[in-house]
Design a protein. Structure first.
Length: 776
């Protein structure tokens, strides 16, 4: 049994016990890949791209891909103090013993975590210092400008990595045993890949041409610590055709591609069975643009009625009334709209094509479906803003207030990003941004609106890194020496360190954050995204002239990718056939509760008894409930939903079990639809979706009786401790005690007891059997 110190927070992060994790018995010659996400477990386990690569590589014979996340400070201290290496979750192998170590970089503030994870994994942070050990690969959106941190990587992959990674691991398998430098040289020759060790070359961004032919994960490991987006993520499309001039995702992920709705329906059906998730998120850069949205929502609503849906990014006007009707019956999390600016003139400059009137006209409909809140996103820091633009926010929120819809205003500083038409603009300075945010607050004052502002100094550092060049490399070395890491967490971010470093470097910050000359070569120009630089320049001129550019759904603006509008249309694959196949014609005015049909269907109450032993003792109470309910759903059992608009299942449970304590007698009461008993095959199906160490012990009809409160604790420790001694262990090394007191958490934290196991009082006499069967 894996043991980590009792004072480490959320220890389940490090156990590697998730249902659906992939375990293999590697043979000599197999390729071992550590897929690293440079932030903590909860963030990395929310990232669809991570699961895509994980599943794709593990589907290959002779390749084992394992996960690794950044440890929190307390776990890092434990590793450093004991001279232990950061390890992969599945096999607990030190990073330095893997063949390949790959990082997905999605956020500028995570670069320092890469360095920390490398050093914790006993891998030199600079590529030039690595003579042996794994080849370190960098990928993810940040590689659209890797210049500030590229010396940390042996290889860099630019763009969508799935196809080339399969090629990389296949070639590494074939070349095993060859010198490291020879392998790097060979891999650097692949399209979309380069090695900073071998000098600069023009690199073409990779993208998947046929999204339908590309893989979509269906069996992601299910988090055992609540992840940030704890739900089934389904990617419905990639890229975005809207052409917002500030958006790096819009330019860096072109062209717009959709997945076939019939294929998506199959993926949803399979993945819900494999995971039991209670929520599905239809992922896209602009979900409302997906041409088959209502069919797909209808499929989920009709086939998975106790699962809620969320659309993370909506463009106003892109979601039709029919879709609000369908969504409204089971949507989760409310609606979020990115307005970006308050006036039509500014929106024209940004090429943000939205119809505010359309949103306002939909407010009564939103209310009818129980929605009382919206989140509106704004950006500040564009060079054309005037005071009256901020004051216009007041007029914009008035209709919401009149309709008694709560508004949360989320305001972020605009950061001019590489490869966008605004790459030549300057980042607004701190004082300017503070003044603009003051004006936003003033405009919203007295309207009952909550204003949440993204930290200005974080945004400025983000801009510095994303627009930076090789001159920032020593900064990262310095940050690493100063043990800076986990900077995406507010409490760990200290902008003063950056300010101090920049102060001694004569205008370096200004030259990176300031406006760029039109004729200047930019540090990221060697990355060829497929979009012509001349097109970006023309788009900036159109912004200055308040001119809009048509989106890719209507016509082709000729960005240089040559995907062409007619072809774009062909990629939008919602056919009449698929719409009718998915069978979602018409709408209904049912509330979610009515739709779940609880009034007609037969429901039976069951009490599920389960054990939580070994490594799973580190899973927290609330996470455990989610896990068991997911196992129930994954077994095909529908739960009775309660609540008119945002239904939830009703459950009762035995008292909360502190983290670290094991149990053989946990109970959960549920209301299940359409079944009268839970036989062994159903229990087996539930077991399949439980983490290592958890097991369903049985399920009985009826509610929890008083026995759930009749328990004691078995304490296992060294001899000579106080307590009712039940048995002295073999060789006198361990003694088993019975404890009926309440301060069990303190006993665990005291460290005196090796294991503490909650047991059913009626089974005390049989504890030896319990011990042998369930605990060991
Ligand atoms: S080539 Fe045309 S349709 Fe394709 S991404 Fe560029 S502008 Fe859009």
């Amino acid at each position: 049994m894996f043991s980590i110190p009792r004072n480490v927070t959320r220890p389940a992060r490090y156990m590697g016990i998730e249902p659906n994790r992939v375990l293999k018995q590697p043979e000599k010659g197999d390729v071992r890949f550590a897929l690293c996400y440079p932030d903590v477990y909860e963030i990395g386990m929310s990232y669809l791209g991570h699961f895509l690569l994980y599943e794709l590589m593990n589907n290959l014979e002779g390749v084992w891909c394992e996960r690794c996340f950044a440890p929190w400070h307390d776990m890092e201290d434990y590793l450093r103090k004991g001279d232990r290496s950061l390890f992969t979750l599945e096999s607990r192998t030190p990073l330095c013993e893997m063949d390949l170590v790959g990082f997905s970089l999605t956020y500028e503030m995570n670069v320092t975590n890469v360095l920390n994870m490398l050093s914790l994994g006993n891998i030199p942070i600079k590529a030039e210092e690595r003579q042996k050990g794994p080849i370190v690969i960098g990928g993810g959106p940040l590689m659209l400008n890797p210049t500030p941190f590229q010396p940390f990587f042996d290889l860099i992959v630019v763009g969508e990595a799935e196809d080339v990674l399969v090629e990389i691991v296949t070639r590494v398998k074939a070349m095993k045993g060859l010198p490291r430098s020879r392998i790097i040289e060979e891999l650097a020759g692949l399209e979309g890949v380069f090695s900073p060790l071998l000098g600069k070359k023009a690199v073409k961004r990779l993208y998947v041409e046929d999204l339908n032919a590309s893989y979509h994960p269906v069996r992601p490991p299910i988090p055992v610590v609540g992840s940030v987006h704890n739900r089934l993520n389904i990617e419905i499309s990639r890229g975005c055709g809207n052409g917002c001039r500030f958006c790096i995702a819009g330019y860096g992920y072109r062209p717009y591609r959709e997945r076939d709705p019939l294929r998506l329906a199959e993926i949803i059906d399979r993945a819900t069975k494999e995971t039991g998730y209670e929520e599905i998120s239809l992922l896209s850069l602009s979900s409302g643009d997906y041409s088959c949205l209502s069919s797909l929502i209808g499929h989920v609503r009709s086939k998975h009625k106790d699962i809620s849906l969320s659309l993370p990014s909506l463009k106003i006007g892109s979601i039709a009334e029919e879709e609000i009707e369908l969504l409204g019956r089971g949507a989760k999390g409310g609606f979020t709209f990115a307005l970006e600016t308050s006036t039509a003139e500014l929106r024209d400059r940004l090429n943000k094509d939205i119809q505010i009137e359309s949103l306002i006209s939909h407010l009564p409909l939103l209310k009818r479906h129980g929605w009382r809140k919206v989140k509106l996103y704004f950006m500040v820091g564009f060079p054309w803003e005037k005071e009256e633009d901020f004051m216009a926010i007041r007029d914009l929120i008035t209709p919401f207030v009149r309709n008694r819809i709560e508004v949360n205003l989320s305001v972020s500083p605009f950061t001019p990003k590489p490869h966008t038409p605004f790459q030549w603009l300057a980042m607004e300075d701190e004082a300017g941004l503070r003044e603009k945010i003051r004006l936003v607050r003033k405009a919203a004052a007295g309207k009952g609106v909550k204003v949440k502002v993204r930290d200005i100094r974080t945004s400025i550092i983000e801009a510095l890194i994303s627009r930076g060049d090789g001159r920032l490399f020593p900064l990262f070395e310095e940050l690493h020496r100063s043990r800076v890491r986990l900077e995406a967490w507010g409490e760990c971010f200290n902008p003063d360190i950056y300010d101090e470093w920049l102060r001694g470097r004569n205008g370096l910050g200004e030259s990176i954050l300031g406006a760029r000359d039109a004729n200047q070569t930019l540090p990221w120009d060697f990355i060829d995204t497929g979009v012509d630089k001349s097109f970006l320049r023309e788009e900036l001129e159109r912004a200055e002239g308040k001119e809009k550019t048509a989106n890719c759904y209507r016509s082709c603006a000729g960005c240089g990718l040559s995907c062409g509008a007619p072809r774009q249309e062909a990629l939008r694959c919602c056919t009449q056939d698929s719409t009718s196949y998915l069978g979602v014609e018409g709408t209904s005015s049912q509330t979610p509760g009515e739709m779940a049909g609880q009034s007609e269907a037969a429901y039976t109450t069951f009490t599920i008894r389960y054990s939580k032993c070994g490594d799973s003792r580190y899973i927290g109470h609330l996470d455990t409930i989610d896990i068991v309910l997911r196992a129930v759903r994954a077994a095909g059992i529908s739960l009775k939903m309660h609540g008119k608009y945002h239904p939830k299942p009703r459950v009762s449970l035995s008292p909360a079990l502190p983290v670290g304590i094991e149990s053989t007698c946990e109970m959960l009461e549920i209301e299940a639809e359409g079944i009268n008993s839970m036989d062994s095959s159903l229990i087996g199906k539930m077991d399949r979706c439980l983490p290592k160490g958890m097991r369903i012990m049985g399920a009985t009809r009826g509610g929890m009786d008083s026995t759930h409160n009749d328990f004691g604790y078995l304490l296992v420790g060294e001899t000579g401790l106080e307590g009712e001694v039940l048995r002295t262990g073999n060789g006198g090394s361990r003694t088993f005690y019975l404890w009926q007191g309440t301060n069990i958490k303190e006993l665990w934290l005291s460290g005196k007891y090796e294991r503490i196991v909650k047991i059913d009082n009626r089974r005390i006499d049989g504890f030896r059997a319990d011990y042998q069967r369930n605990i060991q």
